[in-house]
Design a binder for this molecule. Structure first.
Ligand code: BEZ
Length: 212
């Protein structure tokens, strides 16, 4: 099944390092970062999981729960976690799904056999509290993900949801944002953007980031 932005993230129940997880009930009212890894005891994956653990506070600030997928067994994950903790100097603070039967990997189309036979590539799904898929990314096995970019997109999505703004190219938290074109009513613009805006074109209006 092809999963697209705006689709409801398919629910599943799978074993994990923190007990069985049913995605929708586990997510509760949080956002979810569901991300796959090719295999346990591999170098790039080890750095990625360690770095994700280090971002615990950043994810908490944004109401995001991380959930890793790896198509190895629970026993293998347990051994790998101690390697991750030793080598990356962290305590792992989120679950890893033990997807040895590839239930989740298949449901989310995480195996791309022409790139990596039988193992998951590096997919990312950001799921919002209404269970909608808001971001998908796919990286090859050989490239570790940029987790600052993932946080940046989550910031952008959360701003859009709350303030009816979008974020321009290379936007970083604190930079000016753009007002969505559907907002045209002058009274509403004044109310939403009391610091005003600059219209470079009628469709290109910049305003200070509303929550800064
Ligand atoms: C890694 O995590 O380092 C890796 C996994 C599979 C293929 C290449 C690299």
């Amino acid at each position: 099944m092809t999963l697209r932005l705006g689709d409801i993230a398919p629910d599943f129940t799978q074993e994990s390092t923190e007990g069985p997880i049913s995605l929708h009930s586990w997510a509760g009212s949080s956002w979810v970062l569901l991300f796959s890894h090719p295999a346990d005891f591999t170098p790039v994956c080890t750095t990625e999981l360690g770095f994700t653990a280090k971002l615990k506070d950043e994810f908490a600030k944004r109401n995001v729960k991380a959930l890793a997928v790896s198509v190895d067994s629970l026993e293998s994950h347990r051994g790998w976690i101690s390697d991750i903790e030793d080598t990356q100097d962290v305590t792992l603070n989120f679950p890893i799904l033990a997807d040895a039967d590839r239930k989740v990997a298949t449901l989310y189309d995480m195996i791309h056999p022409n790139s990596l036979a039988n193992l998951t590539v590096r997919t990312v799904f950001v799921i919002d509290p209404s269970r909608k898929i808001r971001l998908t990314l796919t990286y090859p096995a050989s490239t570790g993900r940029n987790f600052q970019e993932i946080l940046r997109v989550i910031d952008s999505l959360q701003l859009t949801d709350e303030y009816k703004v979008a974020t321009p190219a290379n936007w970083r938290n604190g930079d000016d944002v753009v007002i969505v074109p559907s907002l045209q009513e002058e009274e509403e613009l004044k109310r939403r953007f009391p610091r005003g805006y600059r219209a470079l074109r009628p469709y290109l209006r910049l305003t200070p980031q509303p929550n800064r």
